[in-house]
Ligand binder design. Structure first.
Ligand SMILES: Cc1cc2nc3c(=O)[nH]c(=O)nc-3n(C[C@H](O)[C@H](O)[C@H](O)COP(=O)(O)OP(=O)(O)OC[C@H]3O[C@@H](n4cnc5c(N)ncnc54)[C@H](O)[C@@H]3O)c2cc1C
Length: 382
């Protein structure tokens, strides 16, 4: 079995496939976690998800992280915590109330915070908030650490700096993987190649890079206000497409999350930019994010910015990931297009891919992600 891509999706699939008895080789053009997995925040979060199948899958994905901790696989790599979705004006409040209602309808535990309760819980961290929804029972995991844990657990081979350029096929089945080092035979292929997936697919423009810039501060001092969890502005929901913009004047591309890390630092982000695919940072975006962050949480102005980084999310045409069999070869599967949700969904998707590839019914309903909705086929060059 060849898994192409050593991000969180490919490495999770490799883990579960090898435990199901497959002999797995993972190929990556770079190193492990060198794609989006290595440049993400780690929100394992239902709070930001679009209502519908994605929100339902995220609820299951959070429980899956809990299982991976309980079974020893991700011990110490998953931090349970609440997320606080915050409204700072009346327009954001309308978004907050709608989204909180949809989260509750999906069975997510929510606590609405207003007045004295709001002040008690997040007043010190976010004095500008007029209301918040505490989305309980979710968490945080660092993508590259999850992947590193799976690598350490082993059971499969990893080929680094080994770009896959195409496949050899015979009678409608893939029989070999083509790399610069030659052709290696295989009995099945899973493409977990993030934004690199377009190289393998005949459909042009289905997946495009969506850049995100993130800011890291230094550690807060002992006298800094307590942050009970990450603060997510309602603008973030709009920028992610999880809620319609409505009359909100806020920018569609600059959502705001202020994430207090275990180290005492803060991660502030993140933009959603479709204008280029360069992993660069620019002063305009960084300055706007910092201004917005300080407007919500003035104590952040005391901290120094020590790093800015960016990464590329794989965004699909309809905003949903793509998981399933690729037409034209009955032993090729794909799992891609996770945009800003792959750290949350990745481990569970790896398990569901293993079930699909083993001919079992996946334990979650992933029909909304089915690759067949685009009639996907492999590119001639692949
Ligand atoms: C700024 C930012 C913040 C984010 N924050 C969050 C968050 O808080 N929560 C969340 O859930 N998600 C978040 N995400 C999204 C998350 O990072 C991705 O959805 C997830 O990492 C996708 O994982 P993947 O395995 O599908 O792809 P990737 O991690 O991109 O891995 C794909 C791999 O395939 C390899 N590859 C590509 N083409 C080839 C080829 N031809 N041959 C061999 N190898 C190839 C690449 O080198 C790469 O290593 C964020 C992303 C960004 C950019």
């Amino acid at each position: 079995m060849a898994v192409v891509g050593a991000g969180i999706v490919g490495m999770s699939a490799a883990h579960f496939l090898s435990r199901a008895g497959w002999q797995v080789t993972v190929y990556d053009a770079g190193v492990v976690a060198s794609g989006a997995t290595g440049s993400a925040d780690g929100a394992v979060s239902v709070a930001s998800k679009k209502p519908g199948p994605l929100m339902t899958l995220a609820v299951a994905a959070v429980k899956f992280y809990e299982q991976l901790v309980a079974t020893g696989i991700l011990v110490d790599e998953y931090l349970p915590r609440s997320t606080f979705v915050v409204a700072s004006d009346q327009e954001e409040l309308a978004v907050l109330e709608r989204h909180a209602g949809e989260l509750e309808a999906a069975g997510v535990p929510i606590r609405m915070l207003r007045g004295a309760a709001l002040m008690d819980v997040i007043g010190a961290a976010a004095p500008a908030a007029i209301a918040a929804a505490e989305v309980q029972r979710e968490g945080h995991a660092v993508g590259y650490r999850v992947v590193e844990r799976l690598r350490q657990l082993g059971g499969f081979t990893i080929r680094r700096n080994c770009r896959v350029s195409g496949f050899k096929s015979s009678n409608g089945r893939i029989t070999g993987v083509m790399t610069e080092q030659g052709i290696e035979s295989t009995d099945a292929v899973l493409l977990a190649t993030g934004i690199g997936s377009m190289h393998f697919l005949a459909e042009a423009g289905l997946i495009r890079p969506r850049k995100g810039q993130l800011i890291v501060t230094d550690r807060a001092g002992a006298d800094s206000p307590h942050f009970p969890g990450p603060l997510m502005s309602c603008r973030y929901l709009v920028s992610k497409g999880s809620q319609p913009a409505g009359s909100t004047a806020a920018s569609r591309s600059l959502g705001l999350v202020i994430d207090p890390l275990r180290t005492g630092q803060f991660l502030i982000g993140g933009s959603r930019e479709d204008r280029d695919d360069r992993e660069t940072a620019d002063a305009d975006v960084v300055a706007t994010l910092l201004r917005d962050a300080v407007a919500l949480s003035p104590s952040l102005a005391q901290l120094r910015v020590i790093r800015v980084f960016s990464g590329l999310r794989a965004a699909t045409r309809d905003g949903m990931p793509i998981v399933g069999n690729v037409g034209g070869a009955d032993n090729v599967w794909i799992a891609t297009g996770f945009e800003g949700d792959g750290i949350c969904l990745g481990p569970m998707i790896g398990r569901l891919c293993q079930q699909m590839i083993c001919g079992e019914s996946p334990e979650q309903d992933i029909s909304a992600l089915d690759a067949a909705r685009f009639g996907l086929t492999l590119a001639a060059a692949a």
